[in-house]
Design a protein around this ligand. Structure first.
Ligand SMILES: [Zn+2]
Length: 134
């Protein structure tokens, strides 16, 4: 509790917040869950905490899970790619193919998700349009 008050009183933090506003960032109603400082949306669309830098604003548990799933998929891709690289010096083609298919599957799942998960602005625009599919 007192930690949140401290952040507000820190002159360095106040200076950062002032600079963000001067640069055209918009103060949001949402607060950083860690220090309770207001979040700012930059002109680029990124949302930042004056202390922690870039953050992902998640409005629901489901959205938090989406971010986590994306993170896991990237890890799988990274690991599979590394295994493939290691197996290049190996005669075991079967093993190489297995990891290649893991890599391919992870990439496919992620690109499918990318096309499904829309940015917040696009999503709200789509809602107004009312175009339903399915
Ligand atoms: Zn923060």
């Amino acid at each position: 509790m007192s930690e949140k008050r401290e952040a507000y009183r820190d002159p360095e933090v106040v200076r950062k917040m002032t600079r963000l506003v001067a640069e055209g960032a918009v103060m949001l109603a949402e607060a950083c869950p860690v220090d309770g400082l207001p979040l700012f949306r930059l002109k680029s669309g990124d949302v930042v905490c004056p202390v922690h830098g870039r953050v992902w604003v998640v409005s629901s548990e489901a959205e938090a899970e989406e971010v986590e799933i994306d993170f896991v998929l990237r890890r799988v891709e990274h690991y599979a790619a590394r295994r493939v690289y290691e197996l290049l010096n190996n005669e075991d083609v079967g093993e190489l193919l297995r990891w290649l298919s893991v890599l391919e599957a992870a990439e496919r799942v992620r690109s499918l998700r990318d096309s499904r998960v829309k940015k917040p602005e696009e999503a709200s625009r789509a809602e107004k349009g009312g175009g339903g599919k399915g």
